[in-house]
Design a protein around this ligand. Structure first.
Ligand code: PMP
Length: 340
């Protein structure tokens, strides 16, 4: 019998799931790292743990301190739950466009939640800047009472993924891996995993799957800082190059529109029973593109970042999808018969 002593001990060591339909369609082995099985429900439990343990090691956190972060939600959920297990409070600042389910989960997890409008990063009201300012204000009146986690630019995020997520993938595949593909929000996952895998196998193909509206894909392709369009996916894409993204060893970048990624995630649920969120749809769509580029016979790993129930009112809501011009599969329409 294996038992884990705490929330932190249960983070990571997630299984690789064979994505049958994607594998059969391409002749590759396409494997998804099941990050939705982390105790807080997403890959960002890893980030939260990596940042928190780094800060504790540096003596930056006093007992009962408040963890402060700007987040699309998942990092906040991880911090709040870890905080509950270690006696810290949590304050998160979040754009008001994020899913209701994540906001509810944050409240349940005991976080104080401040929602702010979406504004450019240069605006002082930006969610990450607001979080930094609130932590600074708390520390000005009571030094050491708050710690700003800073997931976008604190490279302890990337380093944790390099030491853990990347190592796990290398060991789980016994080094039989030809490509890795995922989206970036902070860039911690792709930079950390990419570095770990390239160290073992320099010719491995690292691909970025980027949602419409983000600047990352074009930056990798041409060095320009422009994004076009928008996406209903949450937690991925960015309007600036973060410290965690900078220097990530990326060989190729794909810009993935919602009408490509959402059907992929609908299929994952319908055909294989995996209910995943929007970023996982982007990732698996990216894995399909990489598989077609590499050709049959290759093994490709991607990330299933979180569960679809966190976005039920968007990703599985026919009216919402139609309002965004995204195709609605018949089974989904039939799952919501019009009220009699
Ligand atoms: N998927 C989801 C659902 C997320 O919340 C995030 C992080 N915000 C990511 C993917 C991206 O991961 P990273 O920050 O490591 O680039």
């Amino acid at each position: 019998m294996t038992t884990y002593a705490s929330f932190a001990a249960a983070v990571g060591n997630t299984p690789l799931l064979r994505l049958r339909h994607a594998s059969e369609a391409t002749g590759c082995e396409i494997l998804g790292k099941a990050e939705f099985l982390n105790p807080g429900g997403s890959v960002k439990d890893r980030t939260a743990l990596g940042l928190l343990e780094d800060a504790e090691r540096q003596g930056l956190l006093r007992p009962g301190a408040t963890l402060v972060e700007g987040t699309a939600g998942n990092t906040g959920i991880g911090l709040a739950l870890l905080g509950a297990s270690r006696g810290y409070r949590t304050l998160v600042v979040m754009p008001d466009t994020q899913s209701r389910e994540k906001i509810d989960a944050l409240h349940v997890a005991g976080a104080q939640v401040r929602l702010v409008p979406v504004v450019p990063f240069t605006d002082p009201g930006h969610y990450a800047r607001t979080a930094r300012r609130l932590a600074e204000e708390m520390n000005a009146t009571d030094p050491g009472s708050a710690w700003f986690a800073n997931q976008f630019d604190n490279t302890a995020n990337r380093d944790w993924h390099e030491a853990h997520t990347g190592r796990e993938i290398w060991e789980q595949t016994s080094g039989q891996i030809d490509g890795f593909v995922c989206a970036a929000g902070t860039g911690g996952t792709i930079a950390g995993v990419g570095r770990a895998l390239k160290r073992h196998r320099p010719d491995i193909r690292i691909a970025l799957a980027d949602p419409a509206g983000s600047i990352f894909a074009r930056y990798v392709q041409t060095g320009e800082l422009v994004g076009e369009g928008s996406s209903i996916s949450e937690g991925i894409g960015n309007s600036r190059i973060t410290a965690n993204f900078e220097g990530a060893p990326i060989d190729v970048a794909y810009s993935i529109p919602d009408d490509e990624s959402v059907p992929v995630l609908h299929d994952l649920l319908r055909r294989e029973g995996y209910c995943v969120g929007g970023s996982s749809g982007v990732n698996v769509a990216g894995a399909l593109r990489l598989a077609r580029e590499l050709g049959p016979g290759h093994t490709i790993v991607t990330v299933l970042c979180d569960g679809g129930m966190r976005y039920q009112a968007k990703l599985f809501n026919p009216d919402f999808l139609r309002s965004k011009g995204i195709p609605v599969p018949t089974w989904l329409d039939e799952a919501f018969p019009a009220a009699a």
